[in-house]
Ligand binder design. Structure first.
Ligand code: GTP
Length: 248
């Protein structure tokens, strides 16, 4: 093999799905499984703070055999499990890949989290960041590492746009500008043509990964943020070394 050529990958594409609480991450994963499980061999890992609620939702949706959907319980700081100490998630992904080999695609859902949570490239090969129109048309313009540099930005629930006074075209244009031209997809699980576009992007990304043509990018650490606790809360940031103490 010539030097400097990335070999084709025999491992699954590990695709992270992040975004604020309730933007539709679980629904997007259910939609992808429903649309693509005939052509791709798929597994799913969910991250929840204290429960396996997202995994149970996906199992009950019947979009994949239940044993292909596994839950990681992350504790109070869910972005830590996808960014700073990815060990539990990595083990869960590797177990799933071993049990159902060869998988084409493992979708890893982050716990519903704040606007800037991103995955470590040590855990996923590519990531989707999900916003929804109900969060307001301005959100995309505000940027942040996930919005600016995820491999794909999804603006979800566009069927709701008329009810929340959001101009989808404008929101997509603002997001595209914030991403300096990176891909942005307007999605609704009620509009088949948007589901087809999402499937096309995933098919392309799986092929890129298989051919060794895709290099995982780190969108960057999340912004400093606030956690409420019994003593009132604390601010911490993730640009510190893994395991560093929270700033109180
Ligand atoms: N109208 C509409 N509602 C949607 C769409 N996608 C998801 N929803 C609804 O949005 C709500 C949140 O969806 P979820 O998929 O649970 O969101 P999530 O991001 O996984 O939520 P967390 O895991 O709690 O962060 C649910 O009531 C879904 O039914 C969509 O395309 N259109």
């Amino acid at each position: 093999m010539p030097e400097n050529t990335t070999p084709p990958s025999t491992r699954s594409l590990r695709l992270g799905v992040a975004g604020p609480v309730g933007t539709g991450k679980s629904s997007l994963i259910a939609t992808v499984c429903r649309a693509m499980s005939q052509e791709l061999n798929i597994g799913v890992i969910t991250n929840d703070i204290y429960t396996d609620e997202d995994a149970r939702f996906l199992r009950s949706a019947g979009v994949l055999p239940a044993e292909r959907i596994r839950a990681v319980e992350t504790g109070a700081c869910p972005h830590t499990a996808i960014r700073d100490d990815v060990t539990t998630n990595l083990l869960a992904v590797e177990d799933l890949e071993a049990d159902f080999a060869p998988l084409d695609l493992v979708l890893v859902e982050s716990g519903g989290d704040n606007l800037t949570a991103t995955f470590s490239p040590a855990l996923v090969d590519a990531q989707i960041f999900v916003l929804d129109v109900a969060g307001g048309g301005d959100v995309a313009r505000k940027g942040g590492p996930g919005i600016a540099r995820a491999d794909l930005l999804v603006i979800n629930k566009i069927d709701l746009a008329p009810h929340v006074d959001v101009d989808v075209e404008q929101m997509v244009a603002d997001a595209t500008a914030a991403r300096e031209g990176g891909p942005v997809l307007a999605l609704s699980r009620k509009r088949q043509e948007t589901i087809d576009e999402l499937s096309t992007w995933i098919r392309w990304m799986v092929a890129q990964h298989r051919d060794g043509a895709h290099t995982p990018q780190d969108p960057g650490p999340m912004a400093p943020h606030f956690h409420a606790d019994e003593e009132g809360g604390y601010i911490h940031s993730h640009d510190e070394a893994p395991g560093a103490l929270h700033q109180h």
